[in-house]
Design a protein around this ligand. Structure first.
Ligand SMILES: [Cu+2]
Length: 491
């Protein structure tokens, strides 16, 4: 299923083809995903035929739509829905690729319990199995913003996500923290790459369009929910000659809105931004810029100045707000003295990928810890490729990147673990230090991994388990949950 090498040139060539392809074809307005409440949703995975740009694909998607529905809910509500695996092999997916699946609620701080929670280690939904029920509470204090859902069966995630099995999940509204923008038009823009492996051609698209036209009235403010739901590719989004007003990253509000030139989003990350319409008739290019060492520039579409009567302009935006909860969390994590330290090294091991000299297997012992204990983890990239660090059931603060304090002023659930040039000009992997603390609700089994899905599928993943600090057998129970043959789904 994977090429023998980790070819530096393949992604470059693939995205390059996509860029020239986009330039040659017609640009079109894009539709937003339909919205539907999470309550009672039935998400059915089955083949459908659809167009991306000027190409026709048949792959397994949710509910017959390549652009999957946006699921909506309020904090304090329960996720109460079901998932059906009616997948079949397609021209891009073998029978093995679609034989089993599960469902992950990316970014949610909720229970990972296997009996109906957000669990990917002990849940397997084989093809033709009865509908799998998910039923768990989302706390009333949960952060509001943009999250997403996608299958997460080890070894098969890349192929299933690349074929369109991903969608947005909105909890409340990010405008709870930025009320000055209430009432503006909102758009949900999902970037996907059709990247079944590094060797397959990449077809970067926004909601299925390889050249999206996005009308905005002159001076109008719009709130865009942007998800990088690519299987494998990073993006560095820019509006030529304009800036973004960044409100949130990975479903986490910034302490205050920031004006930024670019949105550097690894696969799996989300940005919620305000854009401002250009002059009537003016087109502003939306593109992903080059990323060191191997991602080229590519046009994704255009913002088009289009007069409209209903456009809402925030004539006097309120002074940038401060979210004291964000600052309090960051201060708590940064100033913690008694922290538990771990180091995890990302590696290519032969034809596979791994962490700390180990290729992932479902029955490997987890890194276990009690909830409430501040963690300081150092992630070292021992390769010359781009990776990410994503952990389930929590957000984290970035403390330093290559020894330099990060001071990001925000929490994330996914961080690039990239590369840089050292003093001699050699390309070397980054070292990133993060801090986080698990809440009691996170107790149970889950994983951390690289969100470049081909790497994850090749083994760049690690089991994690959180236990109750009052339970003297908590650590042993965590170990048994993974290592006992009967306990886990396995693949
Ligand atoms: Cu990776």
């Amino acid at each position: 299923m994977r090429p023998l090498l980790h070819p530096l040139a393949a992604p470059l060539l693939a995205v390059g083809l996509s860029a020239s392809y986009a330039a040659a074809q017609q640009c079109r307005p894009v539709m937003d995903p339909v919205q539907r409440p999470v309550e009672g949703a039935v998400m059915r995975m089955a083949p459908a035929t659809y167009r991306v740009g000027d190409s026709t694909y048949t792959t397994n998607v949710f509910n017959g739509q390549f652009v999957a529905p946006t699921l909506t809910m309020q904090p304090g509500q329960a996720v109460n829905m079901s998932v059906v695996n009616a997948m079949r092999p397609t021209s891009h997916q073998t029978a093995a690729d679609v034989a089993v699946t599960n469902y992950h609620y990316h970014g949610l701080v909720v229970t990972p319990r296997p009996d109906g929670g957000d669990n990917v280690t002990h849940v397997a939904i084989p093809t033709g199995a009865p509908a799998r029920r998910y039923n768990f509470p989302v706390p009333v204090y949960h952060t509001q913003g943009m999250f997403w859902y996608h299958p997460h069966p080890h070894g098969l995630t890349g192929s299933q996500v690349a074929g369109g099995l991903s969608g947005a999940l909105m909890i409340g509204s990010i405008l709870r923290y930025f009320p000055q923008y209430r009432g503006v038009r909102e758009r949900t823009l999902l970037i996907r790459d059709m990247s079944f492996s590094f060797a397959s051609p990449t077809m970067l698209n926004i909601n299925g369009s390889t050249c999206a036209l996005l009308p905005v009235a002159p001076g109008e403010h719009q709130l865009w929910h942007i998800g990088n739901f690519n299987a494998n590719h990073f993006v560095n989004l820019k509006l030529r000659g304009m800036r973004w007003t960044l409100l949130a990253l990975d479903g986490n509000p910034l302490a205050r809105a920031e004006e930024v030139d670019s949105l550097y989003l690894p696969p799996g990350s989300r940005a919620q931004v305000i854009v401002t319409g250009p002059a009537a008739g003016r087109r502003v290019e939306l593109y992903t810029d080059t990323i060191f060492p191997n991602a080229p520039r590519a046009t994704l579409g255009y913002l088009v100045g289009t007069p409209s009567r209903s456009a809402r302009r925030v004539s006097r935006p309120a002074p940038a707000g401060r979210d004291d909860a964000v600052l309090d969390t960051l201060r708590f994590l940064t100033e913690a003295v008694n922290v538990n330290r771990h180091t995890f090294r990302y590696q290519f091991l032969g034809d596979s990928a791994g962490v700390n000299d180990t290729i992932y297997a479902p029955n490997h012992p987890p890194v276990s810890m009690p909830w409430g204990q501040v963690q300081e983890w150092t992630i070292v990239n021992e390769t010359q490729f781009l990776h990410t660090f994503h952990i389930h059931q929590t957000d984290f603060a970035v403390i330093s990147v290559n020894g330099r304090p990060a001071n990001e002023g925000r929490l994330r659930d996914n961080i690039p673990i990239g590369v840089h040039r050292d003093a001699s000009g050699k390309t070397v992997g980054d070292t990133v230090v993060i801090r986080f603390v698990f809440e009691p609700i996170a107790a149970g089994p889950f994983v951390f991994h690289c969100h470049v899905l081909q790497h994850e599928d090749e083994g760049m993943m690690h089991n994690v388990c959180v236990y109750d600090p009052r339970d003297p057998n908590g650590r042993q129970k965590c170990n048994a949950m993974f290592t006992s043959a009967a306990g886990h789904a396995g693949h």
